[in-house]
Design a protein. Structure first.
Length: 368
């Protein structure tokens, strides 16, 4: 009875759905199946039917794949019977980031956001606060040559203990840069027995190209005399002139309102875990400078806000490759680190920065 009951049940159910098991369906005779009997057959034999029925499912996926469950703290590597857990949150894997990433949609997408605010002293402590020395107080060494007499020892054959002989002698002077600022701020001076000297620019020896250098020679000749350089060990107007040309960078350095040009600094990093690629972009960059900063420095003739047009933020991969402003689909084969670098064209002492970076991760399957 247990062997044939399931088949009988199926046949009776089919016949019932068809309307009858025989005879005239409209006759209402005794050949119709009694519903109480049918229900009893089902109740007595359904469990046996279920227990003796086999369902086969074929799995065509390889067993050594990596899968991600979109629940908190579940990343599993299915390698045979082994399962490993990673504490990296995986509910960030659905995202949309300006057209990059998996863009799976959903109103509950989650992105990582890195917002940074800092100033110049925090990224360049070796340059800020700025320390400017007065170049007028600097000195330098200058070696000149002149003809003088030196004692020459005699030999036994000459019958003399020695004698003085004229030779070209080198001597070194310590020269103060201040001598090249003696007429600073002057437009015109009068030299007795010579006349007026017209000065240009800031009135220094190097001011307004080389226009003032001849006037300084005349001024020094009036003060120190017009001695021939090779005829004296002392500094002459010609010596000061030559020394000034050689030491312009030391005594007359170019002053700029910025503390550094083309300055780079590391401002952060992103850890990319195994089995993920990172995608990110700069969504905010602001370089602010107080323009009143320029008004307090006597050296500076430049006003205006900083030129941050050439500033950039780069993402540096472990290979050394850099990409500007964004990074796309990097990582997966190992635990990696992306370095974030700020590249500033002009860094000022009071530069302030605000930066916002958005990034996210996409799960991937590393392939040997």
């Amino acid at each position: 009875m247990r062997i044939i009951a399931p088949m009988m049940i199926l046949i009776m159910m089919t016949s019932t759905l068809a309307g009858c098991t025989g005879g005239d369906p409209d006759g209402g005779g005794n050949d119709n199946i009694d519903m109480d009997v049918l229900n009893q057959l089902i109740d007595d034999n359904l469990q046996d039917f279920v227990n003796n029925t086999t369902i086969t499912v074929e799995n065509h996926y390889y067993n050594n794949t990596t899968y991600v469950t979109n629940e908190y703290n579940n990343i599993s590597n299915n390698e045979g019977d082994s399962v490993t857990e990673n504490n990296f949150q995986t509910d960030y894997t659905n995202y949309s980031l300006g057209g990059i990433g998996n863009n799976s949609g959903g109103s509950d997408e989650i992105l990582f956001v890195m917002h940074l605010e800092f100033n110049a002293s925090e990224i360049a402590p070796e340059l800020v606060p700025r320390i400017d020395d007065d170049p007028r107080l600097r000195t330098f060494d200058y070696t000149k040559s002149f003809y003088g007499f030196v004692w020459v020892e005699g030999d036994n054959g000459s019958g003399s203990d020695g004698w003085y002989e004229q030779q070209l002698i080198n001597t070194t002077h310590v020269v103060s840069c201040s001598i090249y600022y003696q007429l600073e701020g002057e437009n015109n001076i009068y030299i007795e027995d010579y006349g007026n000297l017209d000065l240009y620019g800031d009135g220094t020896f190097w001011g307004y190209y080389d226009e003032n250098q001849y006037d300084y020679q005349v001024y020094w000749g009036h003060i120190y005399g017009w001695n021939n350089s090779e005829g004296t060990s002392q500094m002459t107007p010609d010596d000061y002139y030559n020394a000034g040309q050689l030491n312009e960078d030391h005594c007359y350095p170019e002053w700029t309102p910025w503390v550094a040009n083309e300055y780079s600094a590391n401002i952060g990093q992103i850890a990319v875990p195994y089995g993920y690629v990172v995608n990110g972009a700069i969504v905010e960059y602001y370089h602010l400078l107080d323009e009143n900063y320029f008004d307090n420095d006597a050296y500076n003739e430049t006003t205006g806000s900083p030129n941050s047009y050439y500033d950039s933020i780069s993402f540096q991969r472990e290979s050394g490759m850099n990409s500007s402003s964004s990074i796309q689909q990097y990582g997966g084969w190992d635990n990696l680190t992306v370095i974030i670098n700020l590249n500033v064209q002009y860094l000022y002492e009071n530069s302030d920065f605000a930066i916002t970076i958005i990034y996210s991760f996409t799960p991937v399957i590393p392939v040997e």
